[in-house]
Design a protein around this ligand. Sequence first.
Ligand code: FES
Length: 317
Amino acid sequence: MLQVNVIRKKNVATGICSFELVLAEGGPLPAFEAGAHIDVHTPNGLIRQYSLCNDPAERDRYVISVLRDLNSRGGSDAMHGDVQQGQLLTISEPRNLFPLAEEATRHLLFGGGIGITPILAMAYELHNKGADFELHYCYRSEDRAAFRSDLLSAPFSSRVKLHDDSGAQDQKLDAPALLANPDGNTHLYVCGPNGFMNYVLDCAHEARWAPQCVHREFFAAEKIDTSADMSFEVELVSTGKIFLIPSDRTVFEVLDEAGIQIESSCEQGVCGTCVTRVIQGIPDHRDQFFTAEEHAANDQFTPCCSRARTARLVLDI
Ligand code: FES
């Protein structure tokens, strides 16, 4: 855990605040790679993940941006309403579940709305490395487009394409055209709201992009109908102990209560922190972290939200 000082809080677009964080005791912060996020302990006791959006070459500060979510479960409200300039915050060290692919010779970056945050850090890192990339930024209107002016004045601005949903038709994102010819060396990175993500990912799937060339980070889980959820059992392979998971509880909750620790973060199937190997049984995948191919393999699952299609899952715990 790190103690940081909020040295700047500013509105960067309608409904979006950015926070500049420096180490409270002074000195350099732990290094991070583009795509990394930090866990922020909000003043109301919640833990939320936010992508670092500044240049990873900077060691003196982290910058995060937070969209005030109208369906907020309390995290973004607290960040907008309760966190003030000069305040101390507790954060985790950066963790990267959305890294750039070392092997790619070209990178296509797609950011939708607040999904621009990890994409922006990627653009800085790729520019610093002299890599070949193109950044597509889609937003609902200019007033909601955080970092638009930073992108236009960035040293890599010639690689940036802006797509205003409320603007002329000829500048709107044409994902099928952009993704038409996957070459196996270009990698695609997508981050944004679920509708945007699904549109881009479906286009990539249609155009037969290899799954290993497609990287994505969801922000929020899709709504799932849980009314037909049933109870099931999990067995821990190390001890043979069996736990009943009631219909209204998650595997993570039941095991956590029993003192069995699984690292977790988002608790809604988007971050991948809790991924656990499944040795026997078929999971009912509820996450948006794995690809369709990884789901089909059924050899790992996210205990924070996923359930079981079989009466029992044997877990590698
Ligand atoms: Fe994020 Fe489970 S804690 S996917």
